[in-house]
Design a protein around this ligand. Structure first.
Ligand SMILES: [Zn+2]
Length: 134
């Protein structure tokens, strides 16, 4: 399955539909505008150049966000560091919504991580092609 940024300079190919979609509410995901699907990083193929953002407001950030240097669309995050696991978040908003219809959307509560024992800020929904908040 293939997606692209808004201008088309960056394309991403993932090996399958994601197991689920994650509409995370942490400050980073919120401001980047994302709906994550997770894959082994070794199985995600890119064409085109991305730029990288490593947050500096938290010590020891474990992932960097990547985005198209032309249109600015967030494309993915990548684990950083020596022993980084083979895991990547891909922004599924860059894919055809029709390809995601029927997939469960989870609402990860990273904004209140540590204080919300459910780790979700609302119950799961099913992606209907119109948007994650259906
Ligand atoms: Zn672009």
């Amino acid at each position: 399955m293939q997606g692209s940024c808004h201008c088309g300079a960056v394309t991403i190919r993932v090996p399958s539909t994601p197991e689920y979609l994650n509409d995370c509410n942490c400050t980073l995901c919120w401001k980047l505008g994302t709906l994550w699907g997770y894959f082994p990083a070794s199985q995600v193929e890119f064409s085109g150049a991305v730029r990288t953002y490593l947050r500096s407001d938290m010590p020891g950030a474990q992932l960097s966000a990547e985005f198209c240097g032309s249109c600015g669309a967030t494309t993915n995050w990548r684990m950083v560091g020596e022993d980084a696991p083979d895991r990547m978040g891909v922004n599924m908003l860059l894919f055809d919504p029709a390809d995601l219809t029927g997939i469960e959307v989870r609402y990860g509560d990273r904004r209140n991580y540590g204080t919300n024992p459910r780790h979700h800020y609302r119950d799961p929904t099913i992606f209907d092609g119109a948007g994650a908040n259906a």
